[in-house]
Design a protein around this ligand. Structure first.
Ligand SMILES: NC(=O)c1ccc[n+]([C@@H]2O[C@H](COP(=O)([O-])OP(=O)(O)OC[C@H]3O[C@@H](n4cnc5c(N)ncnc54)[C@H](O)[C@@H]3O)[C@@H](O)[C@H]2O)c1
Length: 401
């Protein structure tokens, strides 16, 4: 088991970048966590599906963590997770209230990997219970959900809790350096930007006939996932709003579901956002294209140059002040690992600044704005979006509580 003092090279670089602003004293996890019996941070998993199972092994492999509890609506999911991660049978919780039971168990921190609709509720309950939170993107699917996460983030800071949102790009040093340089003016006055996310995936799922089936295949249901512009494109829009460093003013867009045969989500979006100073961001998204090579790209164009980034290949700046950047490698894994190490560092050094919350709220609201503009076929301003406060509610009738 590793501790933050012997991270691999990329971990250490990201760790130093993250910690650069302030110096924190490292204290034993047992002094900052509830479970003094063992110095490893005691974790509970909420949502034991694909991502939950995949990321679980990275926690003890990268820092001093141990799994002590798990929660999922479905019994088969908690049992599979529990067996793999040595969680005893009496700490495997099910039904819609599984997270509440898990929060009564001796966990120091929770990892939330449930469907996005539940993220605000799960995060708020965890903070209320005094647990540190490691949260998957997207943070929420609608405006009230985003505002709830913002509030949970504030509350976490006031209660000396760590709250980290797992965007892999934000944990990568090349992305960070490029963003620093863009913010320092290296590409000059920003004129416009583009983000896009073509993907071969998104083809699975069924037309769920019951609430339980729809929840199992939540990716196809708007009221669980927020549509692909929120659930998937958030990776691209998060980088765009990071580089642009502003809330959009308005959006106009179109899209549709030409290829998708199940559920009620769309398969393509084309959105034009305006930002302050007449900066334009064009965002395009297309899923389910056979043979399509995954790209999660963002480029920003300025009077002195341009920044280019792609989740799967590289980051660079070209122009008057170039930045060579480089290959991001396997960002899917290293980004998550960096966040896991950072989460441990924040807990053990009592760093409750929680810098990932505000930008995640901004980019998530940006995705919601794009969806509202495309669905309505009319321009929607940021202020109008905030005022409508539209809440999406899936049908949970008959689910076990
Ligand atoms: N690169 C990334 O950052 C990345 C990659 C994949 C998934 N994700 C995110 O991870 C989250 C989970 O995605 P996934 O692909 O693992 O989905 P999944 O369907 O495989 O897993 C979700 C699990 O949550 C369970 N669940 C449903 N309702 C629940 C409830 N009320 N309480 C507790 N558990 C509940 C489901 O039964 C399922 O086992 C999503 O937010 C997704 O966007 C992020």
């Amino acid at each position: 088991m590793k501790t933050p003092s012997f991270q691999s090279k990329f971990h250490r670089r990201a760790f130093l970048a993250g910690a650069a602003a302030t110096t924190f004293t490292i204290v034993k996890p047992s002094l900052v966590c509830g479970s003094a019996a063992n110095s490893a941070i005691a974790l509970g998993m909420i949502g034991c599906g694909g991502r939950g199972n995949w990321i679980a092994k990275l926690f003890p492999a990268n820092a001093d963590y141990r799994w002590v509890a798990c929660a999922d609506y479905f019994q088969d999911r908690v049992d599979a997770f529990g067996s793999k991660n040595a969680v005893p049978a009496d700490r495997r919780y099910t039904t819609l209230s599984c997270h509440k039971k898990l929060l009564e168990s001796p966990v120091d921190a929770v990892v939330i990997e449930s469907p996005p609709y539940f993220h605000p509720e799960h995060a708020a309950a965890a903070v209320e219970a005094g647990k540190h939170v490691f949260l998957a993107k997207p943070i929420a699917i609608d405006v009230p959900g985003c505002l709830s996460i913002a509030e949970s983030g504030r509350k976490a800071a006031s209660k000396n809790l760590v709250f980290l949102v797992d965007f892999q790009t934000r944990a990568n040093e090349l992305y960070r350096e490029a963003a620093r340089r863009v913010h320092a003016g290296d590409i000059g006055r920003i004129v416009c930007a583009e983000s896009h996310y073509p993907w071969a995936g998104g083809t699975g799922g069924i037309n769920g006939k019951t609430p339980e089936e729809r929840m199992r295949y939540w990716h196809n249901t708007l009221e669980f996932c927020g549509d692909v512009i929120v659930e998937q494109d958030i990776h691209a829009l998060d980088v765009a709003t990071w580089f642009l460093h502003a809330d959009p003013v308005a959006a106009v867009g179109r899209g549709g579901r030409t290829l998708r045969k199940v559920g009620n989500t769309w398969d393509h979006f084309s959105i034009t956002y305006t930002f302050p100073n007449d900066v334009i961001l064009t965002h395009s998204s297309i899923k389910m294209i056979p043979g399509c090579k995954d790209e999660i790209r963002c480029r920003v164009f300025g009077s002195d140059g341009m920044v280019g980034s792609d989740y799967y290949t590289e980051v660079w700046i070209r122009g008057r002040k170039p930045y060579e950047g480089g290959s991001v490698g396997n960002l899917y894994t290293t980004g998550a690992e960096n966040n896991i190490v950072e989460f441990h560092r924040c807990i053990t050094t009592r760093d409750y600044t929680n810098p990932t919350v505000a930008p995640s709220v901004r980019s998530n609201l940006t995705a919601v704005l794009g969806r509202m503009a495309a669905y309505s076929g009319k321009p929607v301003t940021w202020d109008e979006m905030l005022k409508t406060g539209e809440k999406l509610e899936p049908d949970l009738t008959g689910l076990k509580t």
